[in-house]
Write a protein that binds this ligand. Structure first.
Ligand code: SF4
Length: 433
C-alpha cells in the first residue's frame, strides 16, 4: 500500500447494536504509525482540544513500546479509548495533519484507540490521601475526567447522579454500536478502584445540601432537549428520551413497543444526535427513516463520517425542509427553504419559500435540535452555566465544566474542561489551606 494512503480500519458491516469498529491489529497500527513524518510544526497537537502529544505517542507505537505510548496520551487524556472512537478527528488533529497535503491524514483516532484499548484495566497511582471531600454533580465525561484527576491527587470524591446509572451522555446518549457499554463500565470501575463514591438516584436541586464539601463541581450536561415550538408538538418524541430508551432500556428488543413496530420515522435536526437517532431507528428495524433538515448536507453540523454511515444504514435525507406544524400525530406540515447570505455563525441563512407547504406522514417523529442544562437555583445561567476563566461559577467553591458550560460539544472538550477544573479546584483548595 502507498505511504500516501492510511491503513483502513477493520469494520464490521452490521445492522445490530454491537460495535461496528473492530480496531487495528498491532501490525496495522505500526504500518499506520510509520506514515507520520513527525513534522516540525505538529499542527495535529495544536488542533487537539486536549493537546495530546500525538507524534510522541506515535513514535512509541513504532518502537512497540505501547505502555509508554499510553502513558504519554494519559498525560493529557483520561478518556482516550472513548475520544478515539467518537470525537471528530477530521475537524481537529487529523483535519490539520501535514500528511493530508498529499494523501490521507494519519489515522490519529484509530491509533489512539488501538493504544488505549490495550490498557483498559490500567490503574493509576494515587497521591497520599488528603481527606478533603469534593462533591461532583452528574457523571458524564467532564465529571468522570475531573473525578479521576482529583482522586489521583488524593481527594475524597463523591459523585451525585440523579439517574440509576452512571456515565451521563456516554451511557444514554451515544449508541452502543459507536461506543460499547463495556468501555464506559471500565472507566466507572477505574473510579471505583481510585476510591470514588457514587450516590445514584440522587438529584441535587439545592447546592446548600452539599455544604459539607470543600468544593463542588457541576457536570450536569445538557439533557433538556429543545422543542420546535410548533403546533401539536406533543405528538413527538425527544431525541434524548429516544436514545435513553434504547441505550438503557433496550427499546430495540421490546417487540411490543409501538416505536419498534413503526414503519416510518422522521428525525428533525442536522447534528450528530439526529444521525444517532436515525441509525438507531434503522437498526431497530424501522423500514423508512428520514432526516429532515432546513439547510443542505454541506451545512449539517453532524460529522461527515457519521452522515456517510447513516447513508450506508439506509437513512434518507430531506434537505431544505422546515417543519411548520403537526396536523395530527401522523402528519407533519413542512415548507421548503432556500439558502441565502451567511449568518454570524458562518452558515447560509435558510428562508422559507412562500406557498411551498407540503405534508409528510410517518408513525413517529423525533426532535433532535439541541439541548440545554437544567437550571440549578442560585447558579448564574444564560443558556448555559456562566463561569470565569477558572471555570468557577458565581458561588466561590462551585465550579462547572463540560456541556453544562459550553453547550453540547465533543467528548474531548468535556474531558479537557473536566481535567482543567480538577487542577483549578486543587489550586483553590491549596490557597484556602
Ligand atoms: Fe505526524 Fe500529521 Fe502530526 Fe505531522 S501533523 S506530526 S505528520 S500526525
Amino acid at each position: 500500500m502507498s505511504v500516501l494512503n492510511r491503513v483502513p480500519m477493520n469494520l464490521r458491516k452490521s445492522k445490530d447494536f454491537n460495535e461496528t469498529t473492530l480496531g487495528y491489529t498491532k501490525e496495522q497500527a505500526i504500518s499506520e504509525a510509520i506514515r507520520c513524518i513527525n513534522c516540525k510544526t505538529k499542527p495535529c497537537v495544536k488542533h487537539c482540544p486536549a493537546s495530546v502529544p500525538i507524534p510522541e505517542f506515535i513514535e512509541c507505537i513504532i518502537a512497540e513500546d505501547f505502555l509508554k505510548a499510553y502513558e504519554i496520551i494519559r498525560r493529557e487524556s483520561v478518556l482516550s479509548d472513548i475520544c478515539g472512537r467518537v470525537c471528530p478527528q477530521e475537524k481537529q488533529c487529523e483535519g490539520n495533519c501535514v500528511r493530508a497535503i498529499k494523501g490521507d491524514a494519519i489515522a490519529i483516532g484509530h491509533l489512539e484507540t488501538f493504544v488505549a484499548d490495550m490498557f483498559r484495566d490500567y490503574t493509576p497511582k494515587i497521591a497520599t490521601k488528603n481527606n478533603i471531600d469534593i462533591a461532583v454533580v452528574g457523571s458524564g465525561p467532564a465529571s468522570i475526567s475531573l473525578s479521576e484527576t482529583l482522586a489521583i491527587l488524593g481527594y475524597n470524591v463523591t459523585i451525585f447522579e440523579k439517574k440509576s446509572y452512571l456515565g451521563g451522555v456516554l451511557s444514554d446518549g451515544i449508541p452502543s454500536f459507536r461506543l460499547p457499554n463495556n468501555i464506559i463500565a471500565s472507566h466507572i470501575k477505574r473510579l471505583e478502584k481510585l476510591g470514588v463514591k457514587f450516590k445514584l438516584n440522587t438529584e441535587i436541586t439545592d447546592i446548600s445540601t452539599l455544604k459539607d464539601f470543600k468544593a463542588i463541581f457541576l457536570g450536569i450536561g445538557c439533557a433538556n432537549s429543545y422543542s420546535l415550538g410548533i403546533e401539536n408538538e406533543e405528538f413527538t418524541i425527544k431525541a434524548t428520551d429516544f436514545l435513553e430508551q434504547i441505550n438503557i432500556n433496550n427499546l430495540h428488543l421490546n417487540e411490543n413497543s409501538d416505536i419498534k413496530n413503526a414503519k416510518k420515522a422522521i428525525i428533525i435536526g442536522g447534528g450528530n444526535v439526529a444521525i444517532d437517532c436515525a441509525r438507531c431507528a434503522r437498526r431497530m428495524g424501522i423500514e423508512q427513516v428520514q432526516i429532515i433538515y432546513r439547510r443542505e448536507k454541506e451545512q449539517m453540523p453532524a460529522r461527515i463520517v457519521e452522515i456517510n454511515h447513516a447513508i450506508e444504514d439506509g437513512v434518507e435525507f430531506n434537505f431544505l425542509t422546515n417543519p411548520v406544524k403537526f396536523k395530527d400525530e401522523n402528519t407533519l406540515i413542512c415548507s421548503k427553504m432556500t439558502l441565502g447570505e451567511k449568518d454570524e455563525s458562518g452558515r447560509a441563512m435558510a428562508t422559507e419559500i412562500k406557498g411551498s407547504d407540503f405534508e409528510i406522514n410517518a408513525d413517529i417523529f423525533i426532535i433532535a435540535i439541541g439541548s440545554t442544562p437544567k437550571i440549578i437555583p442560585g447558579i448564574n445561567f444564560k443558556k448555559y452555566i456562566i463561569v470565569d476563566e477558572n471555570f468557577k461559577t458565581n458561588i466561590d467553591n462551585v465550579f462547572s465544566g463540560g456541556d453544562t458550560v459550553t453547550g453540547p460539544e465533543t467528548v474531548v472538550l468535556a474531558m479537557q474542561t473536566g481535567i482543567t477544573c480538577a487542577y483549578n479546584i486543587d489550586k483553590y483548595i491549596k490557597k484556602l489551606n
